[in-house]
Ligand binder design. Structure first.
Ligand code: HEC
Ligand code: HEC
Length: 189
């Protein structure tokens, strides 16, 4: 009887340990594009370390089940089980969010700030560091990446499931798109 319990306990332990190792290996495959610890060094690649667990798992499942359009990620997550996606979301949500503040001209900064305080602050906060729970942090996220994403939300034919974000993005004046992206990209906190 005791041996049986021990065997079960050992089996369970080794299962958990193996799962932890596998997620480490799987997460390393993300480094090429998203950087070590999810801090990206490529301007059109988003940082993902320290984003909310719920957001990370939601977007990856939307790609897996073809509910969200993408250039790349939809193909990457297709082979993952939902458990692997959840484990990746936990893994990256535990990393620290490291903003990469990018320099920008004073005039673009001022234009961006105006656009944001009018249309975006309620959900993202003025610097992007204090988002609603279903939104990611965007302070010091790469401006070029954010500009590309905003164009996806604005594009009628592109599948982006978040209705409110889509609606707000579509209301933006074209010139405010790069301004807002660069404003958030310039924020360190
Ligand atoms: C070949 C490059 C590449 C690899 C490898 C890659 N990604 Fe991505 N990732 C992208 C691109 C590009 C985007 C922007 C969405 C798109 O167009 O696909 C993105 C977006 C994301 C986002 C959304 C970020 C946000 O702020 O909304 C998450 C989450 C993500 N990737 C997670 C992962 C995870 C986890 C892995 C490893 C299992 C991974 N990615 C591997 C290229 C990559
Ligand atoms: C109603 C709340 C709301 C408003 C208003 C809003 N956002 Fe968002 N935003 C969100 C949410 C939630 C997401 C994530 C949506 C998803 O899952 O696709 C998001 C996503 C984004 C992203 C993509 C981030 C990433 O990592 O991929 C950018 C960039 C962005 N918002 C910028 C803006 C700008 C600029 C404005 C103002 C013009 C704005 N948002 C207004 C809630 C909002």
């Amino acid at each position: 009887m005791r041996n049986g319990v021990l065997a079960v306990a050992l089996f369970w332990l080794s299962g958990a340990a193996m799962a932890a190792i596998e997620i480490d290996v799987l997460a390393r495959t993300c480094n090429n594009c998203h950087g070590v610890g999810g801090v990206s060094v490529g301007t059109s690649m988003p940082s993902i370390g320290g984003l909310p667990r719920e957001y990370l798992s939601t977007v990856m499942k939307q790609w897996k089940y073809d509910e969200r359009g993408a250039a790349t990620m939809n193909r990457i997550v297709k082979g993952f089980s939902d458990d692997e996606i959840d484990a990746l979301a936990v893994y990256f949500s535990k990393k620290r969010w490291v903003p990469v503040p990018q320099s920008v001209s004073a005039s673009l900064l001022a234009k961006g700030k105006d656009a944001i305080s009018e249309n975006c602050e309620d959900c993202h906060g003025l610097t992007g560091s204090d988002p609603d729970e279903d939104a990611p942090k965007i302070n010091g996220q790469w401006a070029k990446y954010m500009q590309l994403e905003l164009e996806k939300y604005r594009d009628d034919g592109f599948k982006m499931p978040h209705r409110k974000m889509k609606k707000t993005a579509r209301k933006m004046k074209q010139a405010d798109v790069p301004a807002a992206a660069h404003y958030y990209g310039a924020q360190s906190k």
